[in-house]
Design a protein around this ligand. Sequence first.
Ligand code: PLP
Length: 271
Amino acid sequence: MSVATALSIAGSDPSGGAGIQADLKAFSARGVYGMAALTALTAQNTTGVSGVHLVPPGFVAQQIAAILDDIRVDAIKIGMIAGAEIAEAVADAIAGFAGPVVLDPVMVAKGGHPLLPEDAVGSLRSRLLPRATLLTPNLPEAAALLGCDVADTRAEMERQAKALLGLGPEAVLLKGGHLGGGASPDLLASGNETIWLEGPRVPTANTHGTGCTLSSALAAELAKRRELPEAVATVKAWLTGAIAGADDLGVGHGHGPSHHFHALWPLAGDL
Ligand code: PLP
């Protein structure tokens, strides 16, 4: 017997709320064996990013090759790509991988610190979007990929999700958290269907790393061979619980992390 496995190709957040640290927690919370190949180190905490240090592209490729040469990988999540050459290296390194790839087009941290230079957006678009089974942009990331204004209505979200499909991913989950109002609707678009996923907006400042967490949990569900609409519905409900439980963690003085283990730790307290 063996468990499903997932590989994150992403940056490090030493404060543990975003990046590969969040990815490994999400994989674990969803019952999947997690692995991580680093693209960049950041120096950051819950109040912001103070520095970024890129991993040489050849070494990013070497990490991925080391894993793929030895271990069965059931799904890949790609997060912070950090630069054009790293995007190229990742695209080449996963060229022989036939499984699902969830691509979170990380561009800017919540505090405003850029995590992808503008000259790398073209490489992300041309080399990685066509390889994505599922692309998970928020509204500003969708606008940056398309070169248009940020969507502010559901109708515009539908138009932009279809335009993103035209760039090559098999499916797009366009996250509507930036729409404003009391709801936080997401739109799942693929070749043959468009599904709105409704969810409440949870009133908390502790949303650091929610994009990383969402995309990794989705990769975990795909690693377990769940169908996409089921995976997205399961993960949206789980993430809503993780954000609702975030205030219980009380980590840091800024935007704290979501609670990846909200469904597990109360049980530990009973032991
Ligand atoms: N740091 C890293 C390494 C990330 O990959 C991400 C992902 O979006 C972030 C920071 C952003 O975190 P936040 O949710 O605070 O914008």
